[in-house]
Write a protein that binds this ligand. Structure first.
Ligand code: ZN
Length: 206
């Protein structure tokens, strides 16, 4: 069955790639894994301890930091993936973080800015390579405090006006959200601060 993919950006040819089943040894006990049909498809399974390797995309966040008619972009540092090209600040979500906390942390690391997240703009599946698929949430934020200073895998920051031509972008999904920013903003979700959870307390939606 042909799967119709939506909200997907690919940077490699999906067809003919078998990079999905690439765990040779069990991370729990070290036994050589075998392929077995589990949960609807073949996956690496450990014959000794029963561990099943479910390979899933990595979740990440990127942030459109807006100041009046300007948006902050970062240039990717030498040695980083897609170096020399531009991107929205962001990164991967740590296991113990909610995605908003992750966005605030990543922006602080990469731009030195304290931000307030205002809305959830878009969600994209991005297939960077057979080894790396991500699910990226695009957020909109405003600066609360700080002077922009590049850090982590960015070596330059620059404010671009909406009307400026975009520089060469590292990721097509960033390009898409910037080019369609006005339309996406009209249908974006506000950040609901009533959804909260203290550590160890079940989340309640009221
Ligand atoms: Zn095992």
């Amino acid at each position: 069955m042909e799967i119709k993919r939506r909200h997907v950006w690919k940077s490699y040819d999906w067809h003919g790639n078998d990079g999905l089943q690439n765990l040779n040894y069990c991370p729990a006990c070290g036994t050589k894994c075998e392929q077995a049909f589990q949960g609807g498809r073949d996956r690496p399974v450990c014959p000794a301890c029963g561990f099943v390797y479910y390979k899933n995309p990595y979740p990440g966040v990127v942030v459109i930091i807006q100041d009046r008619d300007k948006i902050l972009l970062g240039k990717r540092a030498e040695g980083s993936f897609q170096s020399g090209k531009w991107c929205l600040p962001g990164g991967f979500i740590e296991y113990d973080e909610d995605f908003l906390t992750s966005a605030i942390r990543e922006v602080k690391e990469e731009t030195n800015l304290e931000i307030e997240i205002q809305s959830i703009l878009n969600v994209s599946s991005i297939f960077h390579s057979p080894e790396l698929h991500t699910l990226v949430v695009t957020l909109v934020a405003r600066v609360v405090e700080g002077v922009p200073r590049p850090g982590d895998d960015l070596d330059e920051l620059r404010w671009f006006s909406y009307n400026d031509r975009l520089p060469e972008m590292a990721f097509p999904a960033d390009e898409y959200v910037l080019e369609n920013y006005d339309g996406l903003k009209r249908i974006s979700l506000p950040v609901n601060t009533s959804i909260t959870s203290e550590q160890g307390v079940e989340q309640k939606i009221t």
